[in-house]
Design a protein around this ligand. Structure first.
Ligand code: AMP
Length: 271
C-alpha cells in the first residue's frame, strides 16, 4: 500500500480564509517513509523563502494500487540565455515548435507576464487562440497527486542531465503528469520564487529548460497549459487534480556523463 502525504502552508490564516500561499508539496510513499516525509515537509513549510507560515496542514491518505496511473519523464534539454527577454523569445519559439499557434503563444506569455497577483495554480489556454478556457479564476487548476516511481533512478537520471535542483525536480514531475494529460499541447512556466529565474516549456515530449525567464528578485511567476481545440475540460481538470500518477524514468535521450557533483541533492530531495 502507498500513501499520499500532503502539506500546504499559508500566512495570515488558511488559504480558504484569505491567507497567502507560502508552500505546498506532496509525496507518494511507502508506509515506512511517512514519518520522515512529514517531518521534512513540515521543515519546508517553516523555512520557506516566501516567509514564515502560520497555517500548516498535513494529510496522509492511503492510495490503492488500482488508482495509480504511470507517465514517463520528459527528457530535459537546456537553453542557456542571457536575459529574461531572450528567454521569453526562446519560450515563444519552442511553444510554436510544439504546435501552439504564434498568437496563442504570445497571448499566453502576455497573460503570465501581466498578472498582478500570482495564481496558486495554472491557467488552461487554447493552443489555437490563446483564449483562457478554464473557469478556475485566480486559483487556477492545481496539479496534484504525482510523485516519482523510483527515487534513486530519478536522481541518477537528473544527474546525467546536470539537473540537480529541487525546483527542477518538482517541475519535471509535474510536467510529466501534465504532458500525459488528454488534449495537452504544451506547458509554459516560470517560478514565483524570487531566487529562481529559470523556467521551461514542455512540449513535443521534451522539457525545454530556459535559464532565464524573469529578473532575479521578482516574485512574479505563473503557469499555463495550452490545449487542443475540443479538449474535454472537465476530464482534463479531473485528471490534473485527482488522478494519482507515478512518473517513471524511461528512454535513453540525454543520457550523458555526470557533469557535476550532485552530492547535496539527495539531502535536499527529502525536503
Ligand atoms: P513554482 O514553480 O512552484 O514557483 O510555481 C510557479 C507557478 O506555477 C505558481 O505561481 C502557480 O501559478 C503555478 N503552480 C504552482 N504549483 C502548481 C501546481 N501544483 N499546479 C498548477 N500550477 C501550479
Amino acid at each position: 500500500m502507498l500513501y499520499s502525504v500532503k502539506m500546504r502552508a499559508a500566512r495570515g490564516g488558511a488559504h480558504e480564509q484569505g491567507g497567502s500561499h507560502i508552500s505546498g508539496a506532496e509525496r507518494i510513499v511507502a508506509e515506512e517513509e511517512i514519518a520522515d516525509n512529514l517531518s521534512s515537509l513540515l521543515q519546508r513549510a517553516l523555512t520557506h523563502t516566501k516567509g514564515k507560515a502560520d497555517f500548516i496542514q498535513m494529510t496522509v491518505e492511503a492510495v490503492e494500487a488500482s488508482q495509480i496511473a504511470r507517465a514517463p519523464f520528459l527528457p530535459i534539454v537546456s537553453f542557456p540565455v542571457e536575459s529574461a527577454a531572450q528567454g521569453r523569445e526562446k519560450a515563444l519559439y519552442v511553444l510554436e515548435q510544439a504546435g501552439v499557434q504564434r498568437q496563442a503563444a504570445r497571448a499566453g506569455l502576455r497573460m503570465l507576464t501581466e498578472m498582478r497577483e500570482n495564481m496558486r495554480g495554472a491557467m488552461v489556454l487554447s493552443a489555437e487562440t490563446g483564449k483562457r478556457m478554464d473557469q478556475a479564476g485566480q486559483r487556477g487548476i492545481r496539479v496534484t497527486g504525482m510523485d516519482v516511481e523510483d527515487d534513486a533512478g530519478f536522481t541518477q537520471w537528473l544527474q546525467r542531465q546536470d539537473a540537480c535542483n529541487l525546483h527542477l525536480r518538482e517541475a519535471a514531475v509535474l510536467a510529466a503528469k501534465v504532458a500525459a494529460a488528454p488534449g495537452i499541447v504544451a506547458e509554459l512556466c516560470w517560478s514565483d520564487d524570487p531566487e529562481y529565474i529559470a523556467g521551461y516549456v514542455a512540449g513535443k515530449g521534451m522539457y525545454h529548460r530556459i535559464s532565464h525567464m524573469k529578473e532575479y528578485g521578482s516574485a512574479q511567476g505563473g503557469r499555463a497549459f495550452f490545449v487542443q481545440a475540443g479538449t474535454d475540460l472537465a476530464a482534463l481538470r479531473a485528471y490534473l487534480e485527482e488522478q494519482i500518477v507515478l512518473v517513471e524514468v524511461g528512454g535513453k535521450r540525454n543520457d550523458g556523463q555526470v557533469r557535476r557533483d550532485c552530492a547535496g541533492y539527495q539531502k535536499k530531495r527529502a525536503i
